[in-house]
Structure formats: C-alpha cells, structure tokens
Design a binder for this molecule. Structure first.
Ligand code: IFM
Length: 420
C-alpha cells in the first residue's frame, strides 16, 4: 500500500458502531411502518427495473422481488435482543455505540408519554454505560410518530416545538448516562428523499416543501440544542451530516464550478445554519462523486451491493474540508457499505483508517469512528436485502454471526486502543 501512515489514535477515541431504531428494533409504529404496508407490493414489483444492473442482483433478486423485504416488521428484533447485541460490541472491543430513541414509542399519541418505553431506553443506556460503552443517542433518524406527520411534520415550522419538547424530555429522562447527542440524522437526505425525489414518505416532489423541510430541520436542531444545553452545558450536541466528496473529473471550468456548487448544497447550505449550534460535527461518509460538466460520472472501480462507488480513502478530504470550514472536532457517526458477501469490508475499513489518520496528521481533531452498521438492518425503501452489518442477521432465526471483517476489525481496535 502506498504512503501508509502509522496508525495512532487518541487515548479517548470512540471506537464503535451505529444503528437506528426503526432499522433494527422491530415492531415500530410510525409514518414509515404505515408507508411500508401500503407500498411493499409495488416496491417488489419494481425491484428488477431499479436494481437489475447492480452486481449483486443475481444473489439478492429473490429477496428483492418479495414484498416482505419491504416491510420492516420484526427487523433484527434489537428491542428485545439488545443485550446480546451489546455483547457483540464488546467482542469487537468497541467502547461506543450510536442508537436512536424511537419518538413514536415514547410519545405514541400527542402528549401521551409511554412510561414503559422510556424505562426501556433508560435501562438500555445504563446497560451501555455499565459495560464501558459510550452511548451516542440520535433523536430524529427519519421516523416520526404518525400524529406528528398528520399535523404536517417538519414541513410546518409551528410543529417544531413538538420535537423540541420530546428532545428535552427524553434527555432529562436519560440523564447523565448520555453525553453525546445527535439531534437530526442527515437532514438533507431526509428532505431530499421525502420532499424532492418523493421516494420516501410523504412522497412529495416540490421545491417549496423541500426547502421548508430543509430549513425547518436546521431550526429544529438549533432549538433542540438550546433546550438540551439549558438542561446541562456538559452535553455535546450535533447533527449527523451526510457528506459526499465532490471533485471535478477534468480541468474544464464547468466541471470545477459544478463540483463546487454540488459540494455547497451537499454540506454547506445546512452546516452554515447549524455549525454555530454544534459542540462537535457528526459526519456520515459513504460516497465520492466525480463531476464532468454538470453530470456525475464516478469511476466505479469497485462498487457496493447497492452499486455505490467505493472510495473509502476520500474520507480524508471530507474531514479536511469540514475542518477547514467549520473548525469543530468531529466524530464519524456512520461509514460503511452494503456487502453481503463481506468481500470488500476489510479493505474499506483499512482505507478508511488510513484516510482518518492522514486527516488527523494534517490537524483534524477526530474523536471517534462509528461504523454503519452493527447489524444487518432495514435499508428504508430498499428493504432488508442490502447488508450493511458487521454482524450478519438471519431474519428467520434472528441468529447473529460476526462477519470475518468484524472479527478482523475487533482485533485492530484492540491493538489501536492498547497502543495508547
Ligand atoms: O441506512 C442508512 C442510515 O439510516 C442513514 N445513513 C445512510 C445509511 C445507509 O444508506
């Protein structure tokens, strides 16, 4: 490998994995679960049209053409099996874990607080702490109580106070077992998929809806962060920003300008509004995009099961750019790939660690790395066939198996933690 730096991470570095409630817990009732039941059949019928060109198609087509793939249902039953899953974190020598609190469980009807659900999350966070695992909690990871979406969800600014009240209340309940908080996961992805492309509920496709949701999510972060800091200034609050790296494929003026504009809308439109209200920056990195003229045409030397171009080393440029612009410490809150056969995950992780180290050597303050994902999970409109887990889940038996790359990564983490 060319130009390989010596890996040396800070003593308190957070090494872990990430999940989100709806994708792993099972049996949730929110705007997504309702939408899944209405759309599963048509999703299954369209699967071949959408995915027959991905390299994994022959392997996944049976699952992808089945309507049950598009219903989260029991998912990985993490709600009941979380202790078993925490054992797996420990097997991989991890000291951090990102999860989300499912608002629709905690407040299933407006103003009605579900005491059992709250107790569940308190026990859950306490159990992580007991094991020496730092919890990183997300408050909005794409799912919402149905009553909130009936009111218009984040399209209406007057609804934001409901989210702020939920945030404040659940953080008070979780108390001092929590320190790191992500208010909103990937605001731009949620707004784009749900209100521009219309792929996700509520399937809207208007500029104004997209624009309002994007701005209201930034506002929601600001308000929630203020409410949380008001409880205690020790809380470290951020959004999780999905950041691509856009770069021109040639020297043409149009390619350079387009890459710049795309990067601005990917990162800066939202970050310019929220960065001042963040204690650190949560960064999710999956993709780089090469731009020719005004089109993206990535090299596709290696692609994931979803057909995403794999450029793990470019995480270095993402981190450096965000550091230069926003001067905040960063935690990688998601990073990974759909790789059911586990062919590329170890290579991906190796390249990522090198990219992180180079960024740190260049002055980036990086505090943690949380791999997406701990478990195979429900990948939104694509359902259960994409396999992002360090841990493979057999959805029929709920059996968990550490993939070979996970066993390898666990050894690397041990080595890196002992090296300090
Ligand atoms: O599964 C998602 C996650 O919910 C948000 N970030 C990207 C992941 C992979 O697509």
């Amino acid at each position: 490998m060319q130009d390989k730096p010596k890996l040396k991470f800070p003593k308190k570095f957070l090494w872990g994995a990430a999940t989100a409630a709806h994708q792993v817990e099972g049996k949730t009732h929110n705007q997504w679960s309702v939408w899944e039941l209405e759309n599963a059949k048509s999703k299954a019928a369209q699967a071949e049209y959408h995915y027959d060109d991905v390299p994994s198609w022959s392997r996944v087509k049976h699952q992808a053409k089945s309507p049950t793939n598009y219903v989260s249902g029991q998912a990985a039953d993490h709600y009941h099996r979380y202790e078993e899953d925490f054992d797996l974190l420990q097997k991989m020598n991890m000291n951090a874990f990102r999860f989300s609190v499912e608002w629709s469980r905690v407040e299933p009807e407006e103003g009605a607080w579900n005491v059992e659900a709250v107790e569940h999350y308190r026990t859950y966070a306490r159990e992580l702490k007991r094991r020496g695992i730092e919890p990183v909690v997300t408050l909005f990871h794409f799912t919402l109580p149905v009553w909130f979406t009936v009111k218009g969800g984040f399209e209406k600014r007057r609804n934001v106070h409901h989210f702020v009240e939920f945030s404040e209340r659940i953080i008070r309940e979780l108390g001092t077992d929590i320190r790191f908080i992500i208010t909103v996961n990937e605001p731009e992805v949620y707004a784009f998929e749900s209100y521009w492309l219309g792929n996700w509920p509520p399937n809207k496709t208007g500029f104004y809806s997209w624009w309002r949701v994007t701005n209201n999510l930034a506002y929601a972060h600001k308000k929630a962060a203020a409410a949380i800091h008001n409880i205690n200034r020790r809380y470290k609050v951020s959004i999780a920003k999905n950041s691509c790296y856009f770069y021109p494929g040639d020297d043409a003026w149009l390619s350079r300008v387009s890459a710049h504009v795309m990067q601005y809308f990917q990162d800066d439109y939202t970050l310019r509004k929220v960065a001042k209200h963040c204690d650190f920056l949560g960064v999710n990195y999956y993709l780089s995009n090469r731009v020719y003229g005004y089109r993206i045409h990535s090299p596709e030397e290696k692609v994931s099961d979803l057909g995403w171009d794999l450029a793990p080393a470019s995480i270095q440029y993402v981190l450096e750019r965000l550091h230069d612009k926003y001067h905040l410490p960063m935690i990688i809150c998601e990073n990974g790939l759909a790789d059911g056969e586990d062919n590329e995950r170890q290579w991906w992780l190796t390249q990522t660690l090198i990219g992180m180290q180079k960024a740190m050597d260049g002055g980036v303050e990086l505090q943690g790395y949380l791999h997406w994902s701990l478990l195979d999970n429900f990948e939104w409109d694509k359902g259960k066939w994409p396999r992002f887990g360090l841990v493979a889940v057999d959805y029929k038996t709920q059996q968990r198996t550490l993939r070979p790359s996970a066993i390898w990564f666990g050894k690397i983490i041990k080595h890196l933690r002992e090296g300090n």
